[in-house]
Write a protein that binds this ligand. Sequence first.
Ligand code: KIV
Length: 304
Amino acid sequence: MVPRRNNPITKPKEIFMTQRKKLGRWELQRMKEEGKKVAWITAYDYWTAYFAEQAGMDMLLVGDSMGMCIYGYEGTIPVTMEQCIVHSEAVRRGAPNTFVIGDMPFLSYQVSVEEAVRNAGRFFKEARVDAIKLEGGRRVCPQIRAISDGGMLVMGHIGLTPQSSGQLGGFKAQGRTAESAMELLEDAVAVEEAGAFALLVEAVPPEVTKLIRDTLKIPVYGIGAGVHTDGEVMICSDILGIFQAFTPKFVKRYANLGQEMVRAFREYAEEVRQRKFPGPEHSYSMLEGEASKLEEAVKNWRKG
Ligand code: KIV
């Protein structure tokens, strides 16, 4: 029996008009082999997912970057499983025909292999995601192997891994020396051998990404990893111009929604204060003949 809790209360008609077939791991693999790039972004809520699907986005990641982009934390460390599940459910509802990846938050997979499998399973059971992603190379391979053996699709994530940014010495590009590039290559090979269906490489020089992509059979996606990838992911709040705290070097803004929101909120507040809004076109009228009946009723009521 399929759980019904993911059914949206309101179902925009267009969702059912979206006929496209959701991508799966073999389509993604074929796209790599045919040299077709995969375009994906993060999404944390129903509407972003809905519009991304309408725009034909290939995949959506419910990233733990929600810590900064949604909750205003300084990083991803405080993000919990409960937050990730709730946001993944919303994204699933908004984009039923898109490949959705749930991001495993800090401490949901590091403590033990058993906890990793159980928490990965929650994403699939409760939020109906298509895959999960976790950060790390060789040191998380037992978790990747066990989750994959549990029948779940796992994406690896190496390079700049924000959950261990303390150990990495901050949010810094990785693989900039031959030695650290070789470490990344060994991590990438181990992640593939452990059973990951794809790998995300973050903040790494393009030649290192190319080396990894040319070595692995599985798709290698990038963020701040140059052009030699099988696809690119960006954080939606960055490309939309919503996240204001900082803009990484690898981000390109495609809109300035932050400014547009301030403009719209100001205009609304101004119109309320000047009594321009709401106008008659935003008000309800009484039913025919009811206004005079009300006037009469009020008169009698006042007389006592
Ligand atoms: O959490 C996230 O948004 C990520 C990005 C690096 C894609 O993992």
